[in-house]
Write a protein that binds this ligand. Structure first.
Ligand SMILES: Nc1nc2c(c(=O)[nH]1)N[C@H]1C(S)=C(S)[C@@H](COP(=O)(O)OP(=O)(O)OC[C@H]3O[C@@H](n4cnc5c(=O)[nH]c(N)nc54)[C@H](O)[C@@H]3O)O[C@H]1N2
Ligand SMILES: Nc1nc2c(c(=O)[nH]1)N[C@H]1C(S)=C(S)[C@@H](COP(=O)(O)OP(=O)(O)OC[C@H]3O[C@@H](n4cnc5c(=O)[nH]c(N)nc54)[C@H](O)[C@@H]3O)O[C@H]1N2
Ligand code: SF4
Ligand SMILES: [Mo]
Length: 679
């Protein structure tokens, strides 16, 4: 290898199941190649197409090079400014607001998951350093299910996805790994090579569904009833082990009478759209222990999402599948290993009367508009493109009018930067150090700085350090964020003795040798011990009741009140990560974003043909699209890609659960209804 060719370890930091390990080749300071890191035991040397496109991403001519100021806001009149001008502008506004209101509460941030690296929590840390401030909490995707599992089990440390190879049957329930978790196929296919059957439950005939031995096309939001019907069938067949159930599950009596009295197989088949034969097929799989059930996020995007997850989880528990390696519930696995001091650092003694006003990410704009004493005046947006991806966009427009300074940190221009006063250019993962864990697999990896930042881009941590320094130069001790600490200082701090022990390494430098897998606590994992009030799996949860939710696991029917007839589904796309990667020519998805997919019958009723220009509308907004007739789509459903202008049609609904674990309910994105008519 020539002297000027170097290999670095990186990690793809997207909000994606996979968190892939990358090997980056750098020649004369330029990233020339990325490939999967074979030392990463889960991703095993592979990336997805988005990952392989990083060399285009890093050097895209569309990348932001310098801090930019837009005046007047929304005019498109951008002016390049220096970092010191930008930081001065922000610091002087923060200090003015502080002097006016007596605290930093008028300053707030809204951040989501553009980059989920631990050091990207520098944004939260920077605001923590200001003492009182306004912040964000909650989660769009998994809040409902996390709560559901909490009520059932008291914890969500579940199966390691690598164990799926040992399953004899695999049920993919509301998850589409052919698009959203491509490397899991390695484990699914290895199980299938040994004879495992694959069953997919989805209202859409997805590429994942196409791989199934059995596909059940379910009506949206009715999965809870399907789970109940399967249990009813198993009970009628005498296939549920009474002794086991009495010993390990709490609330059986009430649940059993619910099954007997309120669940009918024929009615369940009508409501779910799954034929009786499909209910029986599914039940048979649960008897082929170990049966693996992967509950995805698709079925949580409804007002009954949490209760649905409870119901499916009960099916898993009642059929004893989790006791066999490979069986049981696969959902998410957040490692609770790192102290995340960058956002939780200890504040100096003497700082008191601190108020943190926290707003729900799903209703951020409405809640921000309602704030008084003081109102929100400065908003910092990072790792989030709310004007494309959030709900309630009309409230966002209103909020932006009220704000005196909008700062967006991003790598590219998008719907949100278009409305900002200042845009600060962020670094790519190749230009900064970071530490990465996954919410799915169990591998931890170091992300190395492989190249110098592109033009004047800076990492979110660097920006936090720089702004803190400017603030403190103006007003000593204005912020307590430890701005002298470097990225490597923070990383060393995360690797506590306990973390080093769990990773079986001696120091952070050992991570330079490659990613490490967490030692799993096999004893608790295999026993699946429950940390609930009763110490058992709870079919009946007092905690849920206290939160004014149904105590009993059961099907929660959705009450549909919308006057619009078509339910709008807006799933994830293979070559995009939400609103990211749109500008890359290597990942061009052609006309897909301009389409609305309709079932032939729904199209005919509206006298619509393939490629007709239409308006998709409801009381919230309207979008122009072209018709794509999809014969595999059930009636009453339309499909559009998410983001761009689609999200203005969302109804802004919340899921039933989420408060317990995420502090707020999740987003019921798919409880949105529209009509389609010819333009
Ligand atoms: N390529 C790519 N990968 C991604 C992402 C991306 O944007 N692009 N996003 C990442 C993020 S942030 C997330 S949250 C995950 C989400 O990844 P997944 O967990 O796979 O969830 P979704 O893609 O939202 O939905 C999965 C499937 O659920 C189906 N579904 C919708 N409603 C229902 C229902 O009522 N019942 C059932 N049974 N199924 C239903 C949808 O049609 C979809 O096919 O993906 C991550 N991975
Ligand atoms: N209609 C509809 N809407 C949805 C969904 C749906 O199913 N349907 N799914 C939802 C889901 S599951 C999710 S998770 C959300 C995702 O919502 P967002 O988090 O907004 O999604 P992204 O578009 O991935 O990323 C946000 C921005 O972060 C920027 N970014 C990337 N890296 C960095 C960095 O290092 N620093 C900074 N400062 N910025 C960076 C990206 O360029 C991008 O502009 O969308 C939700 N929206
Ligand atoms: S987007 Fe997901 S699958 Fe693709 S490279 Fe990144 S982490 Fe891997
Ligand atoms: Mo998500």
């Amino acid at each position: 290898m020539s002297d000027d060719l170097q290999i670095f370890q990186n990690v793809c930091p997207r909000n994606c199941y996979e968190t892939c390990g990358i090997l980056s080749t750098v020649e004369n300071g330029k990233l020339i190649k990325v490939e999967g890191n074979p030392m990463h035991g889960y991703t095993q040397g592979r990336l997805c197409a988005k990952g392989y496109a990083y060399t285009e991403y890093v050097y895209s001519p569309q990348r932001l090079k310098y801090p930019l100021r837009q005046f007047p806001r929304g005019s498109g009149n951008w002016q390049r400014i220096s970092w010191s001008e930008a930081l001065e502008m922000i610091a002087s506004k923060m200090i003015d607001l502080h002097d006016l209101y007596g605290s930093n509460l008028a300053c707030g941030y809204n951040k989501f998951t553009g980059n989920i690296g631990i050091l990207h929590q520098a944004t939260e840390g920077m605001f923590r350093g200001l003492g009182s401030h306004t912040k964000t909490h909650g989660d769009f995707c998994l809040a409902a299910g996390e709560d559901g599992l909490h009520y059932n089990r008291g914890k969500t440390q579940l199966r390691d996805p690598e164990e799926m190879v040992n399953a004899k049957a695999i049920v993919l329930w509301g998850v589409n790994p052919a698009r959203t978790a491509v490397h899991q196929w390695n484990f699914i296919n290895r199980a299938r090579d040994k004879g495992a059957k694959l069953l997919v439950i989805d209202p859409l005939f997805t590429p994942t569904a196409a791989q199934g031995d059995i596909y059940l096309q379910i009506r949206p939001g009715t999965d809870g009833l399907l789970a109940m019907a399967v249990l009813k069938y198993l009970q009628e067949q005498g296939q549920l082990d009474q002794d086991y159930i009495e010993e390990n599950l709490h609330g059986w009596e009430a649940f059993q009478s619910y099954l007997k009295e309120e669940v009918s197989l024929e009615e369940a088949s009508l409501v779910t759209g799954v034929p009786l034969e499909g209910i029986r097929d599914l039940a048979e799989l649960y008897l082929q222990s170990p049966c693996a059930t992967w509950v995805g996020y698709g079925l949580q995007r409804y007002s009954n999402g949490g209760q649905t997850v409870r119901g499916i989880d009960a099916l898993v528990a009642l059929t004893k599948n989790q006791h066999h390696e490979g069986g049981g519930l696969y959902y998410s696995n957040f490692p609770k290993l790192f102290p995340e001091t960058i956002k939780n650092f200890t504040r100096p003694q003497g700082e008191k009367d601190i108020v943190e006003r926290s707003l729900d990410i799903n209703h951020f704009a409405q809640e921000a508009l309602a704030l008084k004493d003081p109102p929100l005046k400065l908003l910092w947006i990072a790792s989030h493109n709310p004007l494309s991806q959030a709900q309630n966009l009309q409230h966002w427009q209103k909020l932006f009018k009220q704000l005196e300074l909008i700062v967006v940190v991003d790598l590219f221009m998008n719907e949100t930067t278009a409305e900002a006063d200042l845009v600060l250019p962020a670094a790519t993962p190749f230009e900064e150090y970071d530490l990465q864990s996954s919410y799915w697999h169990q591998w931890i990896a170091l992300n190395q700085k492989a190249i110098s930042p592109y033009y004047e881009a800076r990492s979110d941590l660097e920006i936090a350090r720089n702004l803190t320094q400017v603030l403190n130069d103006h007003r000593p001790n204005f912020s307590s964020f430890p701005y002298l600490l470097t990225a490597l200082d923070w990383i060393k701090g995360e690797l506590t003795p306990e973390a080093l022990n769990q990773l079986e390494i001696d120091s952070w430098e050992d991570l330079l040798q490659g990613p490490r897998k967490l030692k799993l606590d096999k004893t608790t994992d295999n026993k699946q011990s429950y940390s609930t009030e009763s110490g058992k799996f709870q079919l009946m949860s007092g905690d849920a009741k206290k939160s004014q939710l149904p105590a009993l696991v059961r099907f929660q029917e959705q009450k549909i009140t919308s006057p619009y007839p078509l339910r709008l589904l807006t799933p994830q796309s293979l070559l995009r990560l939400h609103s990211q990667y749109r500008v890359l020519t290597w990942l061009d998805i052609g006309q897909k974003t301009t389409r609305v997919e309709l079932n032939p019958q729904d199209a005919e009723q509206r006298e619509l043909k393939e490629k007709d220009h239409v308006i998709v509308f409801n009381d919230r907004g309207s979008c122009f699209r072209k018709v794509k007739i999809n014969p595999y789509l059930p009636t009453g459903l339309v499909v559009m890609t998410q983001g761009d202008s689609t999200n203005q049609l969302l109804a802004g609904q919340s899921t039933d659960m989420g408060i317990r674990t995420a502090g707020a309910r999740g987003a019921a994105f798919y409880d949105s209804w529209v009509e389609v008519k010819k333009k």
